[in-house]
Design a protein around this ligand. Structure first.
Ligand code: AVJ
Length: 324
């Protein structure tokens, strides 16, 4: 094609279908039932998430943008990279702030966007290409949780993991993941730029995940629509209520879907029939919130050293730069 970038597919064509089926089989036969949050993001789910980022209650996106607007030049100066690798890049909306700063620092040659969604990668590339004509743009369709080893291994790299998505991992998986990134950066060296939402009052946290307009409820139910379309399931989507809970011991938000009545759901794509009793809850996401010292400690345990930490003016959100 005449495009400057094609999508590099590290995923075999049936990878997504297979991992969806494996996740659904495991999650819906466990007790309590769970589904991983990555299955929210089909075309509609990605559009709903974009709407969430503009809701008055959902501050993390704006807070992270503020941190980048204020401090991206400092981050770039502290870690002048040749290659920026962004994990879970999605729409890449905040990426230009980092690209500008790294370009001004004089080092940047290449941007590698990593996402499971082809359409998000293509949209992002089309947005970025005209603004950064001197940059090599690469789009990698991969599952960043399991395919870190396929990412660029040479040159000085900065891995950006923004948006607070690290909060979707449970603590053990999080530790494994951070260690995996540190190992990826072995050799020519580099840094991890990590965005994390911070612990704060549940009066602020809970509405961010239970907005008045019901956009998050619709986003949450979207995982059932994905199962209906991908697995031929027959979830009655509106028979599930959206639940957002602050778990004070774990310091994370849980999103759940609560069955309003007893239901038997058929999922021909995985050869299962699944029963819900009235009031039964299916956990669809955890979104962990962090403390500044906790983030630093976890990164150090993974072998990083901290190069800097920055927060927005209201101390709601932190970005940490860690050297491998
Ligand atoms: C994209 C995973 C960072 O946890 O805040 C938004 C997803 N879920 N509203 C988050 C989300 C409900 C979001 N992350």
């Amino acid at each position: 094609s005449a495009d400057r970038t094609d999508i590099i597919h590290h995923l075999p064509p049936d990878h997504l279908e297979r991992s969806l089926r494996a996740d659904v089989r495991a999650g819906l036969s466990s007790s309590p039932k769970t589904l991983p949050p990555k299955w929210f993001y089909d075309k509609l789910g990605s559009a709903l998430f974009e709407r969430i980022t503009n809701l008055p209650e959902y501050y993390p996106t704006r807070a992270e943008r503020e941190v980048l607007e204020l401090f991206a030049p400092e981050m770039a100066a502290a870690s002048p990279a040749e290659t920026l690798i962004e994990l879970g890049s999605g729409s890449s909306r905040k990426t230009p702030l980092l690209l500008d700063a790294l370009r001004d620092a004089g080092s940047l040659r290449r941007y590698v966007a990593v996402d499971v969604s082809d359409s998000a990668l293509l949209d992002a590339r089309n947005e970025l290409a005209p603004a950064f004509p001197d940059l090599r743009l690469e789009a990698v369709a991969a599952d960043f949780e399991t395919q870190l080893h396929l990412l660029p291994r040479t040159g000085r790299r900065m891995v950006a993991f923004l948006g607070g998505t690290i909060g979707n991992f449970e603590p053990q998986a999080r530790a494994r993941f951070l260690t995996g990134i540190r190992e990826l950066l072995d050799g020519d060296g580099g840094s991890l730029l990590l965005g994390t939402d911070l612990v704060k009052s549940p009066h602020i946290l809970v509405p961010a995940y239970a907005d008045a307009e019901g956009v998050t409820a619709d986003f949450n139910r979207n995982v059932l629509r994905v199962l209906n379309s991908q697995l031929g399931a027959d979830f009655e989507v509106m028979a599930f209520d959206h639940v957002a809970l602050w778990m004070p011991d774990e310091e994370w938000i849980e999103m759940r879907l609560r069955a309003r009545k007893p239901m038997l759901v058929r999922l021909p794509g995985v050869g299962m029939d699944v029963r819900f009793h009235e009031g039964e809850e299916l956990r669809t996401e955890i979104s962990a919130k962090f403390r500044i010292e906790g983030i630093a400690g976890e990164l150090e345990s993974a072998g990083f050293s901290i190069a800097g930490q920055w927060t927005d003016s209201q101390n709601r959100y932190a970005m940490t730069l860690a050297e491998a």
